[in-house]
Design a binder for this molecule. Structure first.
Ligand SMILES: [Zn+2]
Ligand SMILES: [Zn+2]
Length: 307
């Protein structure tokens, strides 16, 4: 997702942008997961008003979230046999196997087509890439393509794989198209997993990499999976990409209002963004926070780090 969003916030923008503080009303009711999307859309509209420079990215995100929500509402509960499973913490093996994900393939093809349409409309896809992705939606081997994408993103070996820009783009589109199915699994299954032993930087449910982090009111750090959006606890300093634990080799900086933080690793040169929720104002909202922090991405990239 990030590589696509970067095109909506070119590096020519001045990254030293202030983040206006938009405190939620004190009487806002507690969230239920099913309402999370509409809250994200509401917050994205507020973000557009507060920071017009982010309006295009916010509009694209609102459309992507809408497509995801419509499909996710139709995804059935995942396999009932799941509750005997737990992630194998010794082998860093996530709990959810590909065959357990309840994918309706016509809905999945619809997600690919709609995702490509939205990205093209917002000029984040070239015509040739658009055609290639539409071709993917028609591919008779799509199940094998997705199974391979799901399984190869798992495990430490993946972190050192260098992928071509074309492959990277296809992977991003597969990620967005799989999200309704994986987010449904995370919603239903993650609360049932025993995670006290899980100390790995990959998602205990689907094996995905973290895309964001949340600093809780208790000052713990949760990682947010870039594939299923599930969250799990991880060491507050260690780099989740190379597991560098040397605090002096982690550069940390915040947005001007202190709401967001970047942990940039001087070993592997990758960075992770976090929403600082220590004031208890709200949970992390991946769809909103990934847009609100585009100026921070630009600042990190200008300092030579990669997402
Ligand atoms: Zn996951
Ligand atoms: Zn690192």
């Amino acid at each position: 997702m990030t590589i696509l969003l970067h095109q909506l916030w070119p590096l020519s923008h001045n990254p030293e942008v202030t983040f206006p503080k938009t405190d939620p009303p004190a009487d806002r009711p507690a969230e239920r997961p099913a309402r999370m999307e509409s809250r994200e859309v509401r917050e994205l509209r507020e973000l557009k008003n507060a920071q017009p420079d982010l309006a295009t990215a916010a509009d694209m995100q609102i459309e992507l979230l809408g497509a995801q929500r419509r499909v996710q509402a139709r995804v059935p509960l995942p396999s009932a046999t799941f509750d005997q499973r737990k992630p194998d913490h010794l082998l860093c093996r996530p709990a959810l196997q590909f065959k357990d994900i309840p994918i309706d393939w016509s809905d999945f093809r619809l997600m690919i087509r709609q995702t490509a349409d939205i990205l093209r409309r917002f000029d984040t896809l070239e015509a040739a890439d658009y055609d290639r992705i539409q071709g993917l939606a028609r591919d008779g081997q799509i199940e094998a393509v997705v199974a391979s994408w799901y399984d190869t993103a798992v495990g430490p070996a993946h972190r050192h794989t260098v992928r071509s820009p074309e492959r990277e783009l296809i992977d991003q589109v597969l990620l967005l198209s799989m999200r309704p199915f994986l987010a449904r699994c995370a919603e239903a299954l993650l609360p049932r997993l025993e995670l006290s032993d899980w100390q790995h930087p990959c998602c205990p449910l689907c094996g995905g990499e973290p895309e964001f982090a949340f600093i809780t009111p208790g000052a713990e750090r949760l990682l947010v999976c870039g594939r299923c959006t599930g969250q799990w606890r991880f060491d507050p300093i260690t780099c989740p990409y190379c597991e560098n634990k040397d605090r002096s080799r982690i550069t940390s900086f915040t947005s001007r209002d202190g709401r967001y933080r970047i942990y940039a690793c001087d070993e592997c040169r990758r960075y992770l963004k976090a929403f600082d929720g220590r004031d208890g104002s709200r949970p992390v909202l991946l769809g909103v926070d990934s847009i609100a922090t585009l100026p921070l991405d630009a600042a990190a990239i200008q300092r030579g780090y990669q997402s």
